[in-house]
Design a protein around this ligand. Structure first.
Ligand code: ADP
Ligand code: MG
Length: 427
């Protein structure tokens, strides 16, 4: 794969200067590594060459958190890091082919990041609840595709990744999207990407049991290099927004706080319920319909007022960022930085979904000169996104690492975020 424009230069210098806290490839330049490793894993595990290798990126969300289920706006972008799936359409490992009851419609799955035994999933009669653990994501995609009326062949999949799992960078959606593209393209099925995103979301919601929105799969399947994806969660319309921080002398730094988020815990559901109650009390179908933050002051309950204020102001921040990027104003990036920090304060104080490591990372990043920073994802764990001027990433990384060390927290992991290309076949 080609290197994303603007991902070299100063960053490479900084990487040479400090490797502290860094354990994974940065940016998109090494994106081919998981691809070749997945192909090698396939050959080692299945004793044959794959028919092809597909790759799907993770995502970071520039702006719009907890706005998706309120029918509002989100602005994610595809990362250079992602998940590769080496896949072959075949009835299974040769040793299984003569087995009694062998239907040939079986998924055989292995992952370099899950070094246990491979997982075998019978496609006939597949239903939610039958597969647990990591294999539920690709199996869920097969289930959702078949439920939508598409028939798949049996296949072997070998997975490798340079995207940390559970860091709020959507490794789950990347895994689903890599599997979805591989299985459908091998089967000769021509499915539009918005439909495929909905199918992958259904896999995550109904098969895995995580109540997430459509943002992650949309970013992975529709993202474009040097662009962010504006997604209107009411109409499901999308628009590509030019987003190339490197060209404007800036960098995006992801800080994996290594506090693992867990969307299945109750807090996410409680926030959703609070937003629904707030919308009901304000007489609107969803909080998206409110465009003036003053409208939420009519809510009697101070907690609902804070929740609604976050959602309404975050929708406004998405649109403000889109306007700045579209106009390409000279001060666009400093202003986006301020909006990022405001969003963090809103998520921390009004929506109350931040966590101590995220607050400390944001504070340290700002003190060290970041243009802005905020937690991303659903909250209670995951990553922080910081916008920094060229040359400032090193001091920001050092300040964040130091803040964590002083509190005896597990060292954070740093990744460069470069708005990158969507999922697709790479070999
Ligand atoms: P996130 O999407 O933020 O990374 P999730 O909890 O939604 O976090 O998804 C993480 C899960 O996705 C992991 O626990 C694992 O089940 C699965 N997963 C992610 N990456 C891989 C991988 N490389 N191989 C196998 N499973 C993976
Ligand atoms: Mg996820």
């Amino acid at each position: 794969m080609s290197e994303p424009k603007g991902a070299g230069g100063a960053w490479t210098e900084e990487r040479r200067r400090s490797d502290e806290g860094r354990s994974r490839p940065q940016g998109g330049r090494e994106a081919s590594e998981p691809v070749s490793r997945a192909a090698e894993l396939f050959t080692a595990r299945f004793g044959a060459s794959p028919d092809g290798v597909w790759r799907a990126p993770g995502r970071a969300n520039l702006m719009g958190e907890h706005t998706d289920y309120n029918q509002g706006f989100v602005l994610p972008f595809a990362l250079g890091q992602g998940i590769a799936a080496a896949v072959a359409r075949q009835p299974g490992p040769p040793s299984q082919a003569g087995r009694p009851g062998w239907s040939g419609r079986r998924l055989v799955l292995c992952s370099a990041q899950e070094p246990g035994a491979r997982v075998e999933v019978e496609l006939d009669g597949l239903a939610p609840g039958q597969v647990t653990g990591w294999a539920a994501y690709p199996a869920g995609v097969a289930w959702a595709l078949e439920t939508a009326g598409y028939r798949l062949p049996g296949a072997c999949l070998a997975i490798d990744s340079d995207l940390p799992a559970g860091a709020g960078l959507s490794s789950s959606a990347a895994l689903e999207c890599a599997a979805a593209l591989a299985l459908t393209e091998l089967a000769g099925l021509d499915i539009g990407r918005p439909e495929l995103a909905a199918i992958a979301q259904r896999a995550e919601n109904e098969f895995v049991g995580v109540p997430s929105g459509i943002m992650d799969q949309s970013a992975s399947l529709l993202g474009q290099r040097e662009h962010a994806l504006l997604l209107d969660c009411r109409s499901l319309e999308t628009a590509q927004v030019p987003f190339d921080p490197a060209a404007a002398g800036s960098r995006l730094l992801l800080i994996n706080t290594r506090a693992e988020h867990d969307l299945t815990t109750g807090a996410y559901g409680r926030r959703r319920a609070e937003c629904e109650r707030a919308a009901r009390e304000l007489g609107v179908p969803s909080l998206r319909y409110l465009t003036n933050p003053a409208d939420v002051e009519r809510l009697a309950d101070p907690v609902l007022r804070r929740r609604a204020r976050h959602v309404v102001t975050d929708d406004q921040r998405v649109l403000a960022v889109v306007a700045l990027l579209t106009r390409a104003a000279p001060d666009a990036y400093p202003r986006i930085g301020l909006l990022l920090t405001q969003a963090h304060e809103s998520l921390r104080d009004d929506f109350e979904v931040s966590w101590p490591q995220a607050d400390a990372a944001v504070d340290a990043a700002l003190t060290a000169g970041a243009l802005g920073a905020r937690m991303i994802g659903g909250g209670f764990g995951g990553s922080v996104l910081a916008l920094v001027r060229d040359g400032a990433a090193g001091p920001v990384r050092a300040a964040v690492a130091d803040a964590f060390a002083r509190r005896s927290w597990v060292a954070p992991e740093f990744l460069e975020a470069v708005p990158s290309a969507r999922a697709g076949r790479v070999e």
